[in-house]
Write a protein that binds this ligand. Structure first.
Ligand SMILES: NC(=O)c1ccc[n+]([C@@H]2O[C@H](COP(=O)([O-])OP(=O)(O)OC[C@H]3O[C@@H](n4cnc5c(N)ncnc54)[C@H](OP(=O)(O)O)[C@@H]3O)[C@@H](O)[C@H]2O)c1
Length: 281
């Protein structure tokens, strides 16, 4: 079945090309702009069945929906380029950016006649065994249009309550853990390796694997023990420094644990109170 909708996709990276491919498989025409992009993007776009339009204005003139999926550092300039090209359709800002930035982009789009849905992608590029979730927030009518666009594809649209900014906030909250956990794991493995104990480290990590993010109630116990964990993290920082590894994350964790000092050994602390304790204002 061929859709009447044409989508402009900026740009076909690993995620963008895979998302675009889901749309082309569903009969949607997807346009992309090769200007300034690498051979790798050209190849991904071709494999995904996207049509190249070498002029942004003309691409956007033909598109009723524009999806931005690019490096987060380039999200605002990409949105500005789309707005400056005179786009007046539905803009899907799907990058990992702060809620403030998403709101600013949406306000700028609105001032120039385009509507914005805030989005965030959680999960690997579509097509594998783990589902790709596209969280969406904004105005009801626009959300429905984006949900319809992805209906039946491997990109699962999930409508959130809340305005533009909510989807970006979710991505920031998730990324703050997931990306920092990767940095921590890198540092921990390097410390283990520096002392030749990395195989034991990996074995213990596998044996005790549990995500504190997936079990937030566990954090009340962390708050109660934080008075002890803060100095332990400073020992970790010292151990890292001794073998020339970055110690800043260990020190930052100790600083967070310091904020729970007042909750020492309090096993009755409700979770919301424990989390509020981390707010600085
Ligand atoms: N990959 C994932 O597993 C994943 C998962 C969840 C969410 N996401 C989100 O998806 C978005 C894109 O990620 P990705 O993995 O597709 O990235 P990527 O593979 O690095 O691709 C980024 C695309 O943007 C282009 N690009 C690079 N620099 C640019 C610039 N300065 N201005 C405009 N475009 C530029 C690249 O083109 P050239 O390199 O050809 O110049 C490429 O086509 C991000 O916001 C990310 O948070 C990705």
């Amino acid at each position: 079945m061929t859709s009447l909708i044409t989508v402009g996709l900026l740009h076909p990276g690993q995620m963008g090309a895979a998302v675009g491919h889901e749309l082309t498989k569903a009969g949607v025409r997807v346009l992309w702009c090769p200007i300034g992009r690498s051979d790798a993007s050209v190849q991904r776009a071709e494999e995904a069945g996207l049509d190249a339009v070498p002029e942004l204005g003309s691409l956007l003139e033909r598109s009723s929906v524009a999806i931005s999926l690019c490096p987060p550092a380039a999200a605002e300039e990409t949105a500005v380029a789309i707005r400056e090209a005179g786009f007046s359709g539905l803009f899907v800002e799907a990058n990992a950016i702060s809620p403030d930035r998403a709101e600013r982009i949406a306000a700028d789009m609105a001032a120039h006649g385009a509507r914005t849905v805030d989005g965030c992608v959680i999960g690997p590029p579509p097509g594998g065994t783990v589902a790709t979730h596209l969280y969406l927030s904004g105005e009801e009518a626009e959300l429905a249009a984006v949900k319809d666009l992805f209906a039946g594809t491997a990109v699962v649209p999930i409508q959130m309550e809340g305005a533009v900014g909510a989807a970006s906030a979710l991505k920031m909250a998730y990324g703050s853990y997931q990306k920092a956990a990767c940095a921590l794991a890198g540092v921990a493995q390097a410390l283990g390796r520096a002392h030749g104990v990395d195989q034991h480290l990996t074995a213990e990590a596998r044996r005790l694997a549990k995500s504190p993010l997936a079990t937030p109630e566990y954090l009340t116990g962390v708050a109660a023990k934080a008075w002890r964990w803060a100095p332990e993290m400073r020992e970790v920082a010292q151990s890292l420094a001794e073998v020339g590894l970055p110690q800043e994350m260990a020190e930052a964790a100790a600083t967070v644990f310091d904020l729970w000092e007042l909750d020492k050994d309090n096993q009755e602390l409700p979770l919301p109170q424990a989390l509020d304790r981390l707010k600085r204002d």
